[in-house]
Design a protein around this ligand. Structure first.
Ligand code: SF4
Length: 491
């Protein structure tokens, strides 16, 4: 796509707006030099009173221009009037040229519920927050309802979070095989899986260091989350080593929540679930994404619907308190009928949480070579709406959500819960309520100040072989220094 912006404009923001109306467009030199590519020309002028934006969009010989004046001292919930002016002018021009009316309006961030939460904490009612989101950010009424419903539940939970609390994330970026749509760094080849024992040895040391640091800072651990990849790729002996390390660092009975992702049903068995339960794990995620076996096969999940049901049973029998199941809307080959059938069968099972993701187009491109499975993926909005309505009818409520770039139809990911079964880590992490101390390859520690205004991230190496090949002494010292400085400066 060809893009021209005046100097005072953040080009990255405009690219994000372009993708709302021209999904899959790129902004490299090749596109910039292509006279047939769609184009956007964005101008911004400012006075003391107004930010004035003018947007001209062209495609296939048709050109549309729209402008918007935004008061500099207005009450927009996007604090920057310039951004609002550009967004609103772009929205009108894009809608006129393409006929697309983005459901999330000009709200481009990944955490819309954070905005709605702020509105509620500022004293607005849900109805006022919804109206403001629609008026100021052009959010559709159904998405404004969704995000305010989520925020209302989150608000009740967040109000109870003690001040000096934190969470711990432990990363196991390994999977038994790789799903075709995966964009995560997870390692799955047989050779790399042999690294697991070495990886665990190093990780256990880091777990001790992490909890030591938390104690020194005088923080209380609210939740521990072991994620991946698929942590249950570990065998029974390895799972025990990992969980024993956690148990020796913290009284797991005092945690609000202790989660292990057991995403791939082909890694779950009775013994592993019993070990999790005996070690104090309160929550697992057993994911199937779809119950259509043809699609499971096509997307490389290497398990069947039946294996999912067996894994679910194993968790139930072991007595794990809460079970989540992830689904994906928009999978290639998945029709509305097949997706709604999956939703209905999952609801009948009554997991405590059902998380409905929308497929990322970026990752779909990884299996684009397979023409057969790229045929559909349409009707995704209808699928997402069905999941919302069917889960509501069955007593579930939306309790956390986030957006990603490049999802089909720009749709979101939503966690639904039976009342009282909310996944607390998901809320704390998504709304950046407190620090998350993260260990292991690809982990990102996120430090959050008392007022939530300052956030600092500390990144680990992405891949296990990088993590294993480095001498951790220097990195651990550096990490400890950054954490200590953060807590002495902004706490
Ligand atoms: S289970 Fe998840 S992390 Fe593992 S390969 Fe599949 S999509 Fe990727």
């Amino acid at each position: 796509m060809r893009l021209t912006v005046t100097e005072n404009i953040n080009e990255y923001y405009v690219q994000t707006l372009c993708l709302l109306f021209f999904p899959n467009e790129r902004f490299s030199k090749a596109e910039a030099d292509d006279p047939d590519a769609p184009s956007a020309d964005v101008k911004l002028t400012e006075s003391d009173d107004f930010a004035h934006a003018e947007v001209t969009l062209s495609r296939g010989g048709k050109t549309v221009t729209r402008s918007h004046d935004e008061p500099m001292n207005g009450n927009s919930i996007i604090s920057d009037a310039r951004k609002t002016a550009i967004g609103k002018a772009f929205f009108e021009a894009g809608k006129a040229l393409t006929g697309i009316k983005p459901l999330w309006g000009i709200l481009t961030g990944v955490r819309p519920s954070k905005i709605a939460l702020k509105q509620l904490f500022d004293g607005k009612t849900k109805a006022e927050a919804r109206a403001e989101l629609s008026r100021e950010l052009l959010v559709s009424s159904k998405k404004a309802s969704l995000v305010t419903d989520v925020a209302a539940i989150e608000k009740k939970i967040i109000k109870k979070v003690p001040e000096r609390s934190c969470s711990v994330y432990i990363s196991i970026p390994f999977c038994p095989t790789r799903c075709s749509y995966c964009s995560f760094v997870s390692v799955s080849s047989k050779k790399l899986l042999t690294l697991l024992d070495d990886y665990l040895s190093k990780l256990v040391i880091e777990i001790y260091e992490c909890f030591d640091m938390i104690k020194r800072l005088g923080l209380t651990v609210s939740t521990v989350y072991i994620g991946g990849g698929t942590p249950t790729t570990l065998d029974e002996r390895q799972i025990k080593i990992l969980l024993d390390a956690v148990i020796s660092c913290v009284d797991v009975d005092l945690l609000e929540e202790f989660t292990v992702e057991a995403g791939r049903p082909d890694t779950v068995n009775d013994d592993k679930m019993k070990i999790l339960r005996a070690s104090g794990v309160t929550r697992v995620s057993i994911n199937t994404q779809t119950l259509n076996n043809d699609i499971l096969n096509a997307i490389g999940r290497r398990h069947t619907a039946e294996q999912y049901f067996n894994a679910f049973d194993a968790s139930k029998k072991a007595g794990i308190k809460f079970i989540n199941t992830d689904l994906i809307a928009g999978l290639p080959g998945e029709s509305y009928e097949s997706f709604s059938d999956t939703v209905d069968r999952i609801i009948t099972l009554r997991p405590d949480n059902i998380t409905v993701h929308t497929l990322c187009i970026k990752s779909a491109a990884d299996f684009a070579q397979n023409a057969k499975i790229m045929k559909t993926g349409s009707d995704t909005e209808k699928c997402v709406d069905y999941a919302r309505d069917a889960s509501k009818k069955a007593g579930y409520v939306p309790y956390y959500m986030y957006r990603q770039k490049n999802t089909v139809d720009n749709l979101e990911n939503v966690g639904y819960t039976l009342p009282g079964a909310e996944g607390l880590y998901n809320i704390y992490m998504m709304e950046e309520i407190h620090s998350v101390f993260a260990v292991g390859a690809s982990a990102v520690t996120k430090l959050v100040s008392r007022d939530g205004e300052h956030i600092e991230r500390i990144f680990e190496y992405k891949y296990p072989y990088e993590y294993l090949s480095e001498d951790r002494t220097a990195r651990s010292a550096e990490k400890a220094k950054k954490i200590t400085e953060f807590y002495s400066n902004v706490w």
